[in-house]
Write a protein that binds this ligand. Structure first.
Ligand code: FMN
Length: 180
């Protein structure tokens, strides 16, 4: 599989088999995430793997229950990953202030995609989840108030074998050469 084939293979899986996911596979995905670039190499992330079934249900309940019907599918995923934003190096912090950007969000986004692409290579399905009840989750998992949860990822084997057709803008809508 070449890189474009892998990128095409990854899609947001929203229906999971109950088959458990091997720890070794999750750790391979975290290794891939660990290799991601980050502003000033701050690596401002932590990955909390929730794979104990009872706790996973509790986490899903706290994260998604009150969000009307949003992300209810994640209850079925055997593993949930919680990504917290951690301390940056001083230079990256200064960069945030000067450029008026939180570079940690870029960093975590890139690391999350490394995770998801590695998962796809292993035949695992994932879905990045930006909508969850952060307050409830932080309380449940005793995450310090100084930390934020930026992203979750559901992980498991997809119920479906097929890759849905990608709904993407055409190249000519997003690409220009040498001018805006
Ligand atoms: C930062 C981010 C947050 C997302 N949050 C959610 C979410 O809360 N629920 C959901 O079902 N999908 C979520 N997605 C998945 C997107 O909807 C999905 O990536 C997009 O529609 C493209 O489809 P594909 O991933 O199947 O290629 C999120 C994706 C990203 C990158």
């Amino acid at each position: 599989m070449n890189f474009l084939e892998l990128a095409n293979k990854r899609f947001s899986v929203r229906d999971y088999k109950q088959t458990p996911v091997a720890k070794v596979d999750i750790e391979k995905c975290i290794q891939a995430a660990r290799l991601a670039p980050s502003a000033c190499n701050s690596q401002p992330w932590k990955f909390i793997v929730i794979d104990e079934p009872q706790l996973k249900n509790k986490v899903a309940e706290n994260a998604f229950k009150s969000l009307i019907s949003m992300n209810k599918f994640a209850f079925k995923a055997p593993v949930l990953i919680i990504i917290t934003a951690e301390k940056q190096k001083l230079t990256a912090k200064i960069g945030n202030i000067v450029k008026k950007k939180d570079f940690r969000l870029f960093d975590i986004g890139i690391a999350a995609e490394h995770f998801c692409l590695q998962a796809a290579e292993l035949g695992l399905g994932t879905c990045m989840l930006g909508w969850f009840n952060e307050k409830k989750l932080k309380k449940l998992l005793s995450i310090p108030t100084s930390r934020t949860i930026e992203l979750m990822i559901s992980v498991g084997y997809s119920e479906s074998d097929s890759i849905p057709k990608k709904n993407r803008k055409e190249l000519n809508q997003i690409l220009t050469y040498n001018s805006y």
